[in-house]
Write a protein that binds this ligand. Structure first.
Ligand code: MV4
Length: 504
């Protein structure tokens, strides 16, 4: 097992990896840029190395700087976390060439899964269902038209060189194909330096279902079930859960074995995720992510497996430390991403010093946080601040537990996604498990702040009056009568200010 591991990341995932290191007797070595000097991931680490200024290109993306820091710190391995260099094949190779272990798959496996058309072809060879479409990138508009007519409209045009939605176009009518092909090609060229575009059948309201896999050097490749990640906005996930409300045991095992086949097809090592689009009982390979994902905790909570600890164990040449359990998934887990973004203002990034922070806790509540009171949230990095994750015996109970935990969360000094998540927990389609990747677009009410200016002023006056009185009592209001209390109510015993927002 490693003696010292450098964590080439920041924020909550750096805290998370350091915890797994400690549990294995490994000394975690943190790195930090100038603005992160007093960040929790630094203060909680045994050792920390300053790697540069705020700019990610000169700090968390500086391959040579990170490798030099690891060598100087006497580290045996580098854990990349997610984002930054986690899916950079060149970085994985350079780490290994420097005599260090990259905690993740090989650079070749990363590259293979990074090229979307090559990945599709590899998956098709392995018998993994792919979305019907062109075998390779369309050479020109006529080839795209021929592929579209073979697949049948509506179709989706996609950039061969990248995911995340860039270069994607939905084409419903043959007359639109020419202009869509040209614009997709130029956007792909801009974004990836590679204008190649391919054609797929368009799935209009699929779910995003992903399977967690883990592979060691001893021939063991296993899956740990699915995660439902359909609540997203502009390809940024917001709420994730395990298991999915619509995946039965047989489908889970079938998709799990398909994901294992996908991993074996590229001789995969370490933790990975195979993404599918799921619609009307059919599922199709979308992409393979070659990193630990933000939402890994929901899988950990329904299986009891510490995925980061397994990453470290496997990277050090160990065997997977558990047997897949037919009892999995046990109970239900939901994650809400708490980000410094204003959901009532287009999720625009919100910055500021964290004035107060009360982290939720109690039965079945996990807070994976990378912030503390006094921490300055800026614009230099991804706005994710923490993940609030709950576990309970059923989906319904997990929803109520998440609501309670969200109410307990006190974070002031900037806007966050907390009120959006409170709205989701009360929203009937979510509560009934009626989800698709269009969920956020189909629920614009979740993006409207319920209080008008006049109401806010009234509430302020009432709050002032209440603060002068002795007060207590319960703020819970069941406006809709469906057991989902109003988002404004914050449960019994909350501050006078909060009670003032109670609409009664
Ligand atoms: C699709 C699709 C519908 N039909 N492909 C989004 C970016 C990249 N991951 C692939 N994506 C999609 N590909 C076909 N043939 C819908 C999406 C998509 C999506 C997929 C998963 C999660 C969120 C999404 C949001 C918008 C579009």
């Amino acid at each position: 097992m490693f003696d010292r591991v450098l964590i080439a990341n920041r924020g909550e995932i750096a805290v998370r990896v350091a915890r797994a290191c400690r549990e294995l007797g490994i000394t975690p070595v943190a790195v930090y840029s100038e603005p992160d000097r007093l960040s929790p991931h630094v203060l909680e680490a045994g050792e920390a190395v300053h790697i540069g200024p705020a700019a990610a290109s000169e700090s968390y993306l500086d391959m040579d700087g990170l490798i030099d820091a690891a060598l100087e710190a006497g580290a045996d391995a580098i854990h990349p976390g997610y984002g930054f260099l986690a899916e950079n094949g060149e970085f994985a190779r350079r780490v290994e060439e420097a005599g260090l272990t990259f905690v993740g798959p090989s650079g070749d496996a990363i590259d293979a899964m990074g090229n979307k058309t090559a990945a599709r072809a590899r998956m098709e060879e392995a018998g993994v269902p792919v979305i019907p479409g062109s075998e390779s990138a369309a050479e020109d508009e006529e080839a795209a038209r021929a592929a579209a007519e073979e697949v049948g409209f509506p179709v989706m045009l996609k950039a061969a060189a990248g995911g995340g939605g860039k270069g994607m176009r939905i084409v419903r009518d043959p007359g639109e194909l020419g202009s869509a092909f040209r614009s997709a090609t130029s956007e792909a060229e801009q974004a990836f330096g590679d204008g190649r575009v391919y054609v797929e059948r368009f799935l209009d309201r699929p779910r995003h279902i992903e399977i967690q896999i883990l592979a060691d050097d001893h021939g063991n490749t296993v899956h740990l079930g699915e995660r439902e990640c359909s609540i997203q906005r502009r390809h940024q996930k917001l709420v994730e859960e395990a298991p999915s409300a619509v995946i039965d045991e047989a489908t889970r095992e079938e998709m799990g074995q398909v994901a294992v086949r996908a991993a074996r097809a590229v001789d995969y090592r370490n933790a990975g995720t195979v993404e599918f689009l799921y619609q009307d009982g059919e599922y199709f390979f979308l992409e393979m992510n070659t990193r630990i994902q933000v939402e890994h905790p929901v899988t950990e909570l329904v299986t009891g497996v510490d995925l980061v600890r397994e990453q470290l164990r496997v990277a050090a040449g160990g065997e997977i430390g558990f047997e897949p359990d037919p009892e999995w998934p046990r109970g239900h887990s939901i994650e809400c991403r708490i980000s410094g973004e204003d959901p009532f203002n287009g999720f625009l990034p919100s910055t500021g010093r964290i004035r107060s922070l009360q982290e939720p806790s109690g039965p079945g509540v996990r807070w994976d946080g990378g912030i503390s009171e006094g921490f300055e949230v800026g614009l230099d990095y991804d706005p994710l601040l923490a993940k609030l994750v709950v576990h309970d015996r059923s989906r319904e109970a997990a929803i109520e537990r998440m609501r309670r935990a969200l109410e307990e969360l006190e974070i002031s000094g900037l806007s966050t996604t907390q009120p959006f998540h409170l709205g989701v927990m009360d929203e009937p389609d979510f509560r009934a498990g009626r989800l698709s990747i269009g969920y956020v677009d189909e629920h614009p009410e979740l993006l409207e702040d319920e209080l008008s200016a006049g109401e806010t002023e009234r509430a302020a006056r009432v709050a002032a009056a209440l603060l002068e009185e002795e007060g207590g009592g319960d703020g819970a209001v069941d406006e809709a009568g469906d057991g989902a209390r109003s988002r404004r109510s914050t449960g019994g015993g909350r501050s006078a200010w909060r009670r003032a927002f109670d609409p009664r």
